[in-house]
Design a protein around this ligand. Sequence first.
Ligand code: FAD
Ligand code: UDP
Length: 387
Amino acid sequence: MREYDYLIVGAGFAGSVLAERLASQLGRTCLVVDKRKHVAGNAHDNTNRDGVLTHTYGPHYFRTNSDRIVDYLSQFTDWHEVEYKILSYTHGKYWQFPINLNTFEQFLGRPSTSEEMQATLDQWRVPIEHPKNSEEVIISQVGVELYEMFFKNYTTKQWKRDPKELDASVCGRIPVRTNRDDRYLSDRFQALPKDGYTTMFGRMLDHELIDVELDTDYRRIKDVVRYQHMIYTGPIDEYFGRCYGQLPYRSLRFEPETIQTEYFQPAMQVNYPNSEAFTRIVELKHATGQKLPVTTIVREYPEDYGFNSEPYYPIPAPDAMAKYEKYRLRAEMETQVSFVGRLATYRYYNMDQVVGMALAEFEKLSKRPWVDRQIRIANPQRRTHVA
Ligand code: FAD
Ligand code: UDP
């Protein structure tokens, strides 16, 4: 029987931040297990056979408005600053996206101004005071024509639902601007870890009180490891044996291709909102700044979640949230388990939000009464590491 203070399920942002904090700040022993063969969760990256740095599970653009989160992660990485820029390909050409003054000029086919754009959108938009869903949030800003051009089919393809059935926050996270700011995201800090996410996670987890076991489903080892508290970052419905039924998720299939040319497309990401089966083609080299004569692109195909696929996206929709609520109430009763992260709290969260959530959970745990020492006494080898 091996003994630890914490059993941490998942080596993504939620699990790794908590392991790092608990070990380095409180001297707690942690076993981090992940069923994948690598750390970093969905943020995993690697250099492929052709020498190109790619993101394994779709593009991961780090961005945040929180200095606290940047300061925290900066202990483990330097940054490569990037202004994430993307295009949308539809009606036979590339459009500036998200919608901004340049897009509007492309649409008109002549130069314009912020004032003209503002006045025109005021005519086009459908007046809806409190948009309740993803269709309303876009048509209330730009009207039906631009919504149908850029959002309607992309969203239906990605989520296999009409945008009317999705929370306003899904499409509402895409900005609409009347100036020439053509960055995809508006956050103050936008950068990638200089040596990649996987290296950053390696540094976070490189602590004498942290053991990491990969390629291991926690259900295989939970009865042969003793621990006081579990941090669970996997899907919440799976934890409870899907007792209230399976929560809905969307999955993806990634199709990478290496091409013998310096660049394949004119931007880091091109969205395909309409006819194609894929939603986007990502060419990360534009963002990493790698200088190579070859390039790798990744096409992303939305898929149903099933036996052989990953639950990449919780679905932000009222019916899914109602089902999740039952699991949340059940989780509240598990006082020896913390549910943290995107899948365990069923939220469409970005990386910085998950880091914030993990740091908040650490604060909570550090205030909890702790029955100490028993475990370390039972584990003399580890005890040598504890001051
Ligand atoms: P995860 O990274 O999913 O980690 C959970 C881990 O738990 C997984 O590694 C899993 O293998 C493991 N696990 C699950 N069940 C078990 C089990 N039974 N036993 C052992 N291990 C288990 N965020 C951004 O900020 N910017 C972006 O550009 C961005 N792009 C994204 C693109 C895509 C395609 C996707 C899917 C997500 C994107 N995100 C982005 C979101 C980002 O991936 C998440 O916010 C973040 O990775 C969540 O971290 P986490 O630790 O909660 O979950
Ligand atoms: N979206 C869209 N058209 C686009 C880009 C995004 O309709 O060209 C919608 C779509 O519903 C998507 C959501 O906006 O799921 C959020 O987009 P984002 O690029 O943030 O998605 P993610 O990177 O999380 O897949």
